[in-house]
Ligand binder design. Structure first.
Ligand SMILES: Nc1ncnc2c1ncn2[C@@H]1O[C@H](COP(=O)(O)OP(=O)(O)OP(=O)(O)O)[C@@H](O)[C@H]1O
Length: 367
């Protein structure tokens, strides 16, 4: 069996949009709606929702790779980067600051062309402190670059990327495709989702780096969406991909067998549309949170504020297992009696709802 890049029609991708036109249209509608919603918000609230989206993308694109970063570290890095901290906070985890730097860089330069230096710069942001791989350079190893799963004896090869010797040539062609298909380019692709879907598959199939190809490739997809839409896109692709990683891997694997990519584009548009719907829900959640805080802030104490903020930070999905007196005590270092009184107070205010009773009572956001 041959892989896509070994076929004679590589990289002339063909596809039909007849089955996905409805979804492409739905995305255009949704993205316009979210943009209008955000534009109408006061600056500080828009800023907060934007931070949440960037944070989510940074954390989830890393989680897909099995890197679990601290929310606090990534948030501090994003704020440092956007100049939102009066004095820059020290972030010890370089992986957290690296991915935050990459997210901001991609957003800030969304309308620009890219070349090899751009991608190497992104790669360097991701792997600033890594010594064991070739950073900011195309891969050079003579070993085949394979996507493998399963342990010893159960190894399954899903894909083999082109040999390192032809990566530079393949990347030149990819970058030229990228810049010619951008707005006003000689081969402009007007639909943001189609162009982003092709870009992601194309890049993942070359797999030009020793490591980080997933993260850089998702950053490229977000850049394409923003560049083609003409404004930074307000969604987190990785958040949605991460919820069903196997479907993502399977869709890539199937797409790497032929250059007729209608099925891949169907997967991709569904993912982008869901990501936009998720973002809308998140914005809605952030707005509700701000409204709730404003209406009760005079009536609650610092412990209650701290706990509510923690609960809200987990997003609409909520805090696993709800908030219990035990967790309350460990977050606020208070007594059992105070914890119980504080929690009941929040319930009376209608911010929390109690589930269960007696010793097993736990509280959830009243969302
Ligand atoms: N057939 C395939 N099956 C699974 N993943 C594939 C396949 N083809 C390409 N990929 C891509 O390869 C990525 C993994 O490559 P690599 O380890 O270099 O990237 P990374 O950014 O370090 O990893 P991760 O994406 O796991 O964070 C996947 O995230 C996916 O985007």
């Amino acid at each position: 069996m041959s892989y896509n890049w070994e076929l004679s029609d590589w990289p002339n991708f063909t596809f039909s949009t007849s089955k996905i036109d409805g979804k492409l249209y739905a995305f255009a509608q949704e993205t316009g709606e979210v943009n209008a919603l955000l534009t109408a918000l006061p600056d500080n609230i828009r800023q907060e929702t934007l931070l949440e989206l960037i944070l989510s993308e940074a954390i989830k694109t890393s989680a897909i790779e099995g890197e679990f970063l601290s929310r606090e570290d990534v948030m501090s890095s994003i704020k440092n980067n956007l100049g939102l901290n009066k004095t820059a906070e020290v972030v010890k985890d370089k992986k957290a600051s690296g991915i935050a730097d990459l997210m901001i860089e991609v957003r800030n330069t969304f309308d620009k062309k890219i070349d090899g230096h751009t991608l190497h710069h992104w790669h360097k942001l991701l792997f600033a402190e890594t010594l064991h791989i070739n950073v900011a350079a195309w891969r050079k190893s003579s070993e085949p670059m394979r996507i493998i799963s399963g342990g010893i004896n159960k190894e399954q090869i899903h894909f083999e990327a082109p040999p390192s010797s032809i990566v530079a040539k393949e990347m030149d062609r990819f970058l030229s495709w990228f810049n010619h298909t951008m707005p006003n380019g000689s081969k402009e692709i007007k639909d943001p989702v189609i162009r982003a879907g092709i870009a992601h598959l194309y890049f993942e199939s070359i797999h030009p780096y020793e490591d980080g190809n997933g993260r850089i490739g998702r950053a490229i997809a977000e850049k394409v969406l923003s560049q083609t839409l003409g404004r930074p896109v307000m969604l987190s692709l990785s958040n949605t991909i991460e919820r069903n990683k196997n479907a993502y891997y399977q869709a890539l694997k199937n797409a790497q067998k032929s250059n007729e990519i209608s099925k891949w584009l169907n997967y991709f548009v569904e993912t982008v549309l869901n990501a936009q719907l998720d973002a809308k829900q998140m914005i809605d959640f952030t707005l509700k949170k701000i409204k709730v805080f404003n209406s009760i802030k005079e009536k609650i104490n610092d412990r209650q504020i701290k706990v509510l903020q923690k609960m809200y930070s987990f997003g609409p999905g909520g805090f696993e297992g709800g908030m219990t007196a035990k967790k309350y005590i460990s977050i606020t270092e208070t007594s059992k009696a105070t914890a119980t009184r504080d929690l009941q107070g929040l319930e009376k205010l209608g911010v929390l709802v109690a589930v269960g009773g007696g010793r097993s009572v736990n509280y959830h956001l009243n969302y």
